[in-house]
Design a protein around this ligand. Structure first.
Ligand code: HEM
Length: 408
């Protein structure tokens, strides 16, 4: 292993190798030093982990804490979106993605029953119905249309609203505020404003559910007397945000990637049985939820380096999923690949709670879209598609598409 690449000063984020590929500097770093020191914008030295093995080990190791200020409590980051040198506290109630055991365990356990493979399988037919209805509406429009607005965002929003018991009619509030919340360099005041508005809305909603529970996940949670209204609100916030922004970006960016790889798209159209594998491959190839933060609670050996106690650590799931030591020709999108083992849903105790739901939505979404729109194409040159380089979850802001015919 050569060690010629300098220690990065800040996290390389520019998509200079193409819209779907990691920044070149990240790729070089993974080859030279997959566990590397990195200078954070506030000047402190932390670590950046890019190799598949190291990322997987790190995410399985609870000595790497997930407790992180997500910029909505009292402690502003000196640089928006980047953690400071010390472990922040306290955590927002209910946001168990940013907690460690035993708090994380206590809250996550209350939800595992609601998201089992079996429960999700039972929902599959219903999700297919939601997809097909949305495609009916899409087919009635005169192209060109924005696929994000008309398909990729509505499908997961409708599904998560129904599961949680959040009225879909209120989507403008939660979609706009979630989007504001995810802007990487958002001013702290604006982030707090978006958080407060959405939290106030959800707090009223869970309070009503506690008084008069219905048939939905938030009502089931509200029946637990040991959860406070603040915790219920935080859980609702996390599920609503994670439940629609992620899958929406996968559907839109995934469609863009397939349109940019016409031979792969043709193979998928010719053999829809490839779809489950293709979805895993798109998850791997695109890794839309790329950057996660951890904090070393003691000195930890990782990939031949010692990460000192107190270090802030960044992991890049995109870099890990493109590691040639784990996947052959990692930068090639190959719908025939068996990509399971990718880290796009994370790994370890925080591994994505909604992954089965996301898989069902994506399989139904891509299958329906490809079947009903056999002539789907971009309505603008690929270079004009607005990429979410400014957001914490990657994707496209809009995807203008057109078609000449539709199928039943
Ligand atoms: C956690 C990705 C869809 C709910 C995570 C993590 C990743 C991820 C990487 C781990 C975070 C960490 O280790 O810090 C994705 C992707 C999705 C997706 C790529 C879509 C393609 C969903 C959906 C839900 C959801 C549909 C709906 C409920 C959650 C929750 C956590 C989580 C609650 C926190 C789990 C914990 O801390 O124990 N997701 N997710 N996700 N995801 Fe997803």
């Amino acid at each position: 292993m050569t060690r010629t690449v300098p220690i990065p000063d800040g996290l390389p984020m520019e998509r200079d190798a193409g819209p779907f590929d990691p920044p070149r500097q990240i790729t070089l770093l993974r080859e030279a030093r997959p566990v590397s020191p990195m200078v954070f914008p506030d000047g402190h030295q932390g670590w950046l982990v890019t190799g598949y093995d190291a990322v997987r080990r790190l995410m399985a190791d609870t000595r790497f804490s997930s407790r992180q200020d997500i910029g909505i409590l009292h402690i502003p980051y000196e640089t928006p979106g980047m953690p400071a040198a010390t472990e922040p506290s306290p955590q927002p109630p209910g946001m168990f993605i940013a907690m460690d055991p035993p708090d994380h365990t206590r809250l996550r356990r209350k939800l595992t029953g609601a998201f089992t493979v079996k429960r999700m399988k039972q929902l599959e037919e219903h999700i297919i119905d939601i997809v097909e209805r949305q495609l009916d509406e899409l087919a009635r429009l005169t192209p060109p249309v924005d696929l994000v607005r008309e398909f990729a965002l509505p499908v997961p929003s409708l599904v998560i609203c129904e599961l949680l018991g959040v009225p879909y009619a209120d989507r403008e509030n939660f979609q706009a505020n979630s989007a504001k919340f995810l802007v990487r360099d958002q001013k702290l005041e604006e982030k707090i404003a978006a958080y407060t508005e959405l939290s106030t809305y959800l707090s009223e909603l869970v309070t009503r559910k506690r008084a008069v529970p219905g048939e939905d996940i938030l009502s089931d949670l509200a029946r637990h007397d040991d959860l406070t209204i603040e915790e219920l609100t935080g859980i609702a916030f996390l599920l609503l945000l994670a439940g629609h922004e992620t899958t929406a970006n996968m559907l839109a960016l995934g469609t863009f990637a397939l349109l940019e790889h016409p031979e792969q798209l043709a193979e998928l159209r010719a053999d829809p049985d490839l779809l489950p594998d293709a979805v895993e491959e798109l998850l791997r190839y695109l890794s839309i939820a790329d950057i996660f933060f951890r904090y070393a609670t003691e000195d930890i050996e990782l990939g031949g380096e010692t990460i000192p106690e107190g270090s802030t650590v960044i992991v890049s799931l995109l870099a890990a999923n493109r590691d040639p030591l784990r996947f052959d020709n990692p930068d090639t999108l190959d719908v025939h690949r068996k990509a399971r083992g990718h880290l796009s849903f994370g790994h370890g105790i925080h591994q994505c709670l909604g992954q089965q739901l996301a898989r069902i939505e994506m399989r139904a979404g891509f299958a329906g879209l490809l079947r009903r729109f056999p002539t789907l194409e971009l309505a603008v040159p690929a270079g004009e598609v607005k990429l979410k380089t400014d957001m914490n979850i990657y994707g496209v802001h809009e995807l203008p598409v057109t078609w000449t015919e539709t199928a039943p």
